[in-house]
Write a protein that binds this ligand. Structure first.
Ligand code: 3HC
Length: 294
């Protein structure tokens, strides 16, 4: 199937990036949010990234304008009706996703494909909320979607060869490196990355090193672009906590369980970079580790 119009549900951390790169590929985009404030914030992030690309000379102003003009924001699922592909990028809440898919399934044209960008929830469970499990797949992008090269293409037992091919073709069009991942909790990357971040939190709890030293250690000692605690803040501590819960329940292994520090930080509303505070305090010019008085 030829794609010309893509719907994205959610314009947050992942949704705005997915919307931007799909528009850059030349497709018409409709992005849906729950309220005007969230929609405005998401679209403003796209404007900021496009503006930066123009400033750096990586994009002509006219191209940035065209990319932005192909994106329409909406609060109404009805505007997704003629999309060829709908990508879900909501928060990691299965009940919310199921409710959305059931509503959207009745609105979007029958031959359209549906994809979830879930980090950890079951693709099959979400597909079952629709009457098109054969045209339902996982497309797992990484943050920031504009930069990270990987796209995990996930098949449930019901995903057709056509739908899977659509995922790999889409990845190629977007210039992504694609990998095939099974419909297990965390797919490939989060299965390995999430326990690593959780273990870094435990290492800090146990006094193995300060926040800064743990991060510096992994950057300078293993050539990671970010240390694990900076990365946890970057992913979002609320997101990390909900992925940990799903994986702990699914695998029944202690290494996937939320450390106490993470649980307390999320309860206090400290979600990392997006809320202004996590393992670092982001209110100043430079992030300050919270165990250093931030
Ligand atoms: N949106 C768009 N572009 C961005 C961006 C953003 N949020 N942040 C950075 N960039 C771009 C910059 O504009 C710059 O582009 P240029 O090379 O064309 O000038 C480029 O990325 C490099 O940025 P910077 O020079 O500002 O900073 P860094 O070199 O430190 O790179 C980074 C920033 C790419 C975020 C790098 O630190 C990195 O790769 N970090 C690790 C990120 C990671 O591991 N992500 C995966 C998280 S796990 C996940 O997403 C799965 C989920 O399910 C939990």
């Amino acid at each position: 199937m030829e794609i010309s119009k893509v719907g994205v549900v959610g314009c947050g951390l992942m949704g705005h990036g997915i919307t931007q790169i799909c528009s850059q590929a030349g497709w018409e985009l409709v992005v849906r949010e729950v309220d005007q404030d969230k929609l405005d914030k998401g679209l403003a992030k796209i404007d900021k990234q496009l503006g930066r690309a123009v400033e750096k000379g990586k994009l002509e102003q006219s191209d940035a304008d065209a990319i932005r003009a192909r994106i329409t924001g909406t609060l109404d699922y009805a505007d997704l009706a003629d999309c060829d592909l709908v990508i879900e990028a909501m928060t990691e809440d299965l009940a919310g996703k199921l409710e959305m898919w059931a509503a959207v399934d009745g609105i979007v044209k029958d031959d359209a494909y549906f994809a979830t960008n879930t980090s950890s929830l079951s693709v099959a469970d979400q597909a079952a909320a629709t009457k098109r499990a054969d045209r339902f797949l996982g497309l797992h992008f990484f943050n920031p979607a504009q930069v990270m090269p990987l796209l995990e293409v996930v098949r449930s037992g019901e995903t057709s060869d056509d739908a899977s091919k659509l995922g790999f073709d889409l990845g190629e069009t977007l210039g992504k490196t694609t990998v095939a991942a099974g419909d297990n909790r965390g797919f490939i990357v989060n299965r390995l990355l999430v326990p690593y971040m959780l273990d870094a939190i435990r290492a800090n709890e146990q006094g193995v090193g300060s926040i800064k030293d743990i991060d510096t250690g992994m950057m300078a000692g293993a050539s990671h672009p970010m240390g694990p605690l900076t990365l946890a803040d970057f992913v979002g501590l609320d997101t990390l906590a909900s992925i940990a819960d799903v994986m702990a329940e699914s695998y029944g292994e202690e290494r996937f369980a939320q450390p106490e520090t993470l649980r307390k930080m999320v309860s206090a509303g400290n979600y990392g970079r997006k809320s202004g505070k996590g393992f670092y305090d982001y209110s100043g010019e430079k992030p300050v580790p919270v165990d250093a008085g931030g």
